[in-house]
Ligand binder design. Structure first.
Ligand code: HEM
Length: 354
């Protein structure tokens, strides 16, 4: 029996029990209407079946768990996140990266984009609801290219583990991929409960690579600050997080930009900073979006938002710090990345994953 069938069977049984049970007042009318709205709206999702199961599971785990488990205590594990072997999940993710190292950076980008919608003022967005699984969020400009790649690669792993939420899977993918690429072991917590499509935040919360006039200028620094301050980060954390661009590359088929930032795009290191500070950057001569390439070979690239870290005094101080001290970068990156993945989440539990 597949995870979907199993979950659907359990959900059907549990729903019957809830309505016939003497404890059925645990199933409040407001929760019932929320649950049926989830199902309706998710039928538009390309991965609607999984999404239904996940949200029903999340809903039951909270609203109806007590009533269900008082009848069938043995089915509790099917709902509780505690039953998931996160070390096995992380190993599966790391195996994906070992088999194809180019997948590592894209998994890190998925983890970041699943979290980077957080708004500290309203408490909305963030990784907690796993909403990047919906085509509505994947259609946001900044998410170009993620639906056909990282989200798809993780589907078999999601299907394999009962009780695993997409939200936990996407964030675990970030830390596991970084580890698989030689990076630090980053603290990670489990317990995110997938939320319905209504929780997708408006487009525009992720950073653009160029704002205002073409190529780096003050408007790019202002833009980065407005996006990352909204999430509760400061200048040091912005620069540390930007060091993730040591990994991977821009794809003309996704963002329109082109090329890797470093010659070692599948190894986590501080090369983003050493290269940013040591090479001469010139505007790329092409018909694509304005970006920089290294003057000597034209093979490495920087986005306007990368280059502006050199032009802004407060950012530059941290760029120089991390270029000189790889250990300091590892530590600060790990702290900032964990914060990124936990922003806006509730009731998480620190979890050993490696
Ligand atoms: C100012 C902020 C940022 C901007 C404007 C930005 C922009 C971009 C763009 C345009 C791409 C290329 C996507 C593609 O064509 O496939 C990219 C890739 C990437 N970004 Fe960022 N990014 C930012 C911050 C971050 C942060 C904070 C992280 C992680 C902590 C991150 C991790 C990555 C990774 C790993 C890739 C490579 C993906 C791959 O190879 O498929 N970025 N970014």
């Amino acid at each position: 029996m597949t995870k979907n069938n199993r979950t659907t069977l359990i959900v059907a049984t549990a729903t019957l029990l809830l309505f016939s049970s003497p404890h059925s007042n645990a199933f409040s009318p407001s929760a019932a209407s929320v649950a049926s709205r989830h199902v309706e709206s998710e039928s538009s999702s390309p991965i609607a079946l999984h999404a239904h199961s996940a949200n029903r599971r999340g809903f039951l785990a909270t609203g109806g768990m007590m009533a269900v488990t008082s009848f069938f205590p043995q089915i509790k594990l099917a709902f509780a996140n505690d039953g998931v072997d996160y070390k096995a999940v992380a190993k599966d993710i790391m195996d994906l990266v070992k088999d194809d190292p180019d997948k590592g950076p894209t998994l890190v980008r998925l983890a970041w984009h699943s979290s980077g919608t957080y708004d500290k003022t309203t408490g909305t967005g963030g990784s907690g609801g796993g909403t990047i699984r919906f085509k509505e969020e994947l259609a946001h400009g900044g998410n170009a290219g993620l639906g056909d790649t990282a989200v798809k690669w993780l589907e078999p792993i999601y299907a394999k583990y009962d009780g695993l939420s997409y939200a936990d899977l996407y964030t675990l993918s970030g830390v596991a991929a970084i580890k698989a690429m030689g990076g630090p072991t980053i603290g990670w917590s489990s317990g995110r409960v997938d939320q319905p499509v209504e929780f997708v935040t408006p487009d525009g919360r992720l950073p653009n690579a160029d704002s205002g006039p073409a190529l780096a200028d003050k408007s790019d620094a202002d833009h980065i600050r407005s996006i990352f301050y909204r999430m509760g980060f400061n200048d040091q954390e912005i620069v540390a997080l930007s060091g993730a661009h040591a990994l991977g590359r821009c794809h003309t088929s996704a963002s329109g930009y082109d090329g890797p930032w470093t010659p070692t795009p599948t190894t986590f290191n501080n090369a983003y900073f050493t290269i940013l500070t040591s090479l001469k950057w010139v505007p790329k001569d092409w018909s694509g979006p304005p970006q920089y390439v290294d003057g000597a070979t034209g093979k490495l690239m920087m986005l306007p938002t990368d280059y502006v870290l050199l032009k802004d005094k407060s950012f530059l101080k941290w760029v120089n710090t991390y270029a000189k001290d790889a250990k300091n970068f590892d530590t600060d990156f790990a702290t900032a990345f964990q914060k990124l993945e936990e922003n806006g989440t509730k009731n998480l539990k620190a979890t050993e994953w490696v």
